[in-house]
Write a protein that binds this ligand. Structure first.
Ligand code: GDD
Ligand code: MN
Length: 385
């Protein structure tokens, strides 16, 4: 095969336990490819326990040579995920036009000619077969699975600013050169989403198709893949619309500082408890209320130091500055305690809210306002940074 020619395509087909589908899909793809097109099918199999890889090898041995259709298979050692399987296939591909599809007939091969056509007709770099534009549909999915897909789609659109209607599609085609030089996380299932976020200024076209749930075998989507999805969205979000490589988003800074602040707060509870206990027993045997005062002072102090050094990364320990910060920090902590007491009383007394719920809301409010006050006034940071 020559490189870069308009009428050459590479079709990447990842498989894991698809013994009941693989031969049929290879033949169906062959039927669908226009006669003027040279196609190579690249199967990426992850050592499927059901022998998919072996079935393909046997099929290849007996298959008669064709001039415009070749098939090869990449054997990987173990199940390592759909997105990474696709990437392995892409690395092997000889054409510049890549088509990615599942092997279980959910992605009808009859759409392939339309994808090839779309590249020419719309001068685009990426064609997405879409369930969520007019003319597209899903058949055979449970309400739960439909809902999951919808939620994942909304997250991608709102969270990552992705513009197309079906960024969750597993059926898409692209010009290989648009991913040159990109590094992929390739977590879980969503390679398309990663391509959409990481490429700049490409031309995308969606064409409708009906996704039909598989008749044979079972879906490999499990809770790990859902978790991978969230990880992947988070990674893409963090690095998504960065201005310079080192510049993270403000929201990421804000959230990670809030998380540190609350972690420190939690550690303070431990310090408070341990010191209060120590002073009532053993060496000093103080009256428990006095002991508790030591506990409170100790925890405010450790909280202050940890927040200064870790949360707000302030390494300036000049005496005046540090003391003034410590003063403010203690003040806000005491005010926070009063706010908390007041709020618990108010919620329980005036609104009849159950004590545990009132307590949790009050602690959360006090902790959050404490974070904001200290960020702004003690450590003099911009609020949203
Ligand atoms: N090599 C390899 N390794 N293949 C895998 C792996 C893996 O870890 N996991 C899944 N596959 C293969 C399957 O054998 C199948 O051919 C294809 O990838 C899709 O897997 P399914 O388990 O059938 O996915 P699904 O039907 O739940 O979801 C599909 O459709 C969605 C809607 O378009 C996927 O294509 C999703 O990416 C897509 O969002
Ligand atoms: Mn499927």
């Amino acid at each position: 095969m020559k490189n870069n020619s308009e009428n050459q395509i590479s079709i990447i087909i990842p498989t894991y336990n698809e013994s009941t589908n693989i031969v049929k899909i290879l033949e169906s793809i062959f039927q669908s490819i226009p006669k003027n097109i040279f196609a190579e099918a690249i199967i990426v199999d992850d050592n499927s326990p059901d022998g998919t890889g072996k079935i393909v090898e046997d099929y290849l041995k007996n298959m008669k040579k064709m001039t415009n259709y070749t098939i090869e298979i990449i054997h990987r050692k173990a199940k390592s995920g759909l997105a990474s399987a696709i990437l392995n296939g892409v690395q092997k591909a000889k054409s510049n036009t890549i088509i990615v599809m599942d092997s279980d007939f959910s992605h009808p091969p009859q759409i392939i000619p339309k994808m090839i056509e779309a590249f020419k007709q719309y001068q685009c770099d990426l064609v997405v077969a879409s369930r969520y534009i007019t003319g597209g549909n899903i058949q055979g999915w449970t309400t739960k699975r439909k809902l999951m897909s919808k939620i994942a789609t909304i997250i991608a659109k709102k969270g990552l600013g992705v513009k197309i209607k079906d960024p969750m599609s597993g059926f898409f085609a692209f010009k290989k050169n648009i991913i040159n030089g990109l590094n992929f996380d390739a977590l879980g299932y969503k390679l398309l989403l990663e391509i959409l976020v990481k490429t700049k200024g490409i031309n995308v076209k969606e064409i409708p198709y009906t996704f039909e749930n598989r008749k044979f075998g079972s879906s490999k989507l499990d809770s790990k893949i859902i978790i991978d999805y969230f990880k992947s969205v988070w990674k893409l979000y963090k690095n998504g619309k960065i201005k310079t490589p080192n510049e993270k988003r403000n929201s990421v800074h804000f959230l990670s500082k809030a998380a540190r602040f609350f972690t420190v707060g939690a550690s303070g509870l431990g310090v408070n408890y341990i010191i209060s206990m120590l002073f009532t027993s053993g060496l000093t045997e103080l009256w428990y209320l006095h002991a508790n005062i030591f506990g409170i002072i100790a925890s405010i102090s450790t909280n202050f130091i940890l927040n200064k050094v870790w949360t707000f990364e302030d390494r300036d320990f000049s005496r005046r500055k540090t003391l003034s910060q410590y003063g403010k920090f203690s003040l806000f902590s005491s005010v926070g305690a009063l706010v908390q007491l007041g709020m618990v009383f108010w919620l329980v007394d005036s609104y009849d809210i159950a004590y545990p719920l009132a307590l949790i809301s009050a602690i959360a409010t006090a902790a959050f306002s404490n974070f904001i006050l200290n960020k702004k006034l003690t450590f003099k940071e911009k609020l949203w940074s």
